[in-house]
Design a protein around this ligand. Structure first.
Ligand code: NAD
Length: 290
């Protein structure tokens, strides 16, 4: 396939390289001066998109995505597919879908989980929204860049799945960290706390697979001075998207709202930027109730 790939950053770069490695003809564009193995660089997003069967975008946010789409949609050939893998707001995903459909194009919103390691290793999970025909066109590419692709429903469903999952993740990480900090103050050994909770009804992915306490449970960013992993500011981005969606859909999400407030404080006022999102544990450790 001829693929245009726009946004070749930490995630997009290795994803595009994996497509090229499998023999696809990939033309890429990024605002920054980047080079990606196997990818021919274009002078503009329009040039990367012209003549492509599929255009993939992997951009920082919905505003940038909308601006890029305004440029590339008119340049794309009829029945080509626009596949957005960025994490953006649900409303932007739906607006993209409408714009693409009006231009006789297919559209899939397909945010990913799996981080930079998953992008490099081709083991991402894609959560996709769009028509059956649009998903079918993108699926062979998802198979190269990832290990699993779930077709979640119509346009916007991929972004909805992503932010709901990450709202659970943010809330659960905070609960796990505050429980460890409480256990410390009660004189409970962290390993014993892990042994009990990880095999009791308090178990979760954050406790069992990504334990925020150093030296306890499987290897995690906590064992590497809380270097990300999944950075606190990216968690905050996703929590903000969840609250934006909750406002727009009139959903009551008090725990998500509180998680957003705590990560905002952590990232903006408590040196959480550049730390893994599990560094909430040392944050709680330092605090009392007041
Ligand atoms: P990044 O900042 O490394 O990459 C974004 C790239 O887009 C940059 O190279 C930037 O120069 C380029 N860009 C910005 N505006 C542009 C424009 N107008 N035209 C062309 N290129 C432009 O970010 P990333 O970590 O690769 O993340 C990309 C997306 O994936 C984000 O939406 C993020 O939320 C999501 N995501 C990231 C991770 C992660 O672990 N990094 C995990 C899951 C999802």
């Amino acid at each position: 396939m001829k693929i245009g790939f726009i946004g070749l950053g930490n995630m997009g770069g290795p994803m595009a390289a994996n497509l090229a490695k499998e023999g696809h003809e990939v033309r890429g564009f990024d605002m920054a001066d980047v080079k990606v193995e196997g990818v021919t660089m274009a002078a503009s997003a329009v040039e990367a998109a012209t003549g492509a069967d599929v255009v993939i975008t992997m951009l920082p946010n919905g505003q940038i995505l909308r601006a890029v789409a305004n440029d590339v949609v008119p340049a794309m050939q009829a029945s080509a597919a626009l596949v957005d893998c960025s994490t953006v707001d649900v409303d932007s995903a739906r607006a993209m879908a409408e714009q693409a459909t009006d231009a006789n194009l297919l559209f899939v919103d397909a945010p990913v989980s799996g981080g930079i390691g998953g992008a490099a290793g081709g083991t991402l999970t894609f959560m996709a929204g769009g028509s059956a025909a649009a998903f079918a066109k993108a699926e062979p590419l998802f198979d190269i860049m990832g290990q699993k692709a779930v077709h979640c429903g119509e346009a916007g469903a991929g972004q909805a799945a992503k932010i709901c999952n990450n709202m659970v993740l943010g809330v659960t990480m905070i609960a796990t960290c505050e429980a460890f900090a409480l256990a410390d103050k009660l004189g409970l050994d962290r390993q014993k706390m892990f042994d009990v909770v990880s095999t009791s009804s308090g178990y979760s992915w954050t406790m069992n697979a990504y334990c925020p306490a150093p030296g306890v449970g499987p290897q995690s960013p906590a064992d590497n001075d809380y270097k990300p992993g999944f950075a606190a500011e990216l968690m905050l981005k996703d929590l903000r998207l969840s609250q934006q969606a909750a406002t727009s859909a009139d959903a009551d999400t008090p725990m998500g709202e509180l998680a957003q407030a705590l990560y905002t404080q952590f990232v903006e006022n408590e040196e959480g930027t550049g730390m893994d999102f599990s560094a909430m544990l040392p944050r709680f450790e330092k605090r009392g109730r007041g």
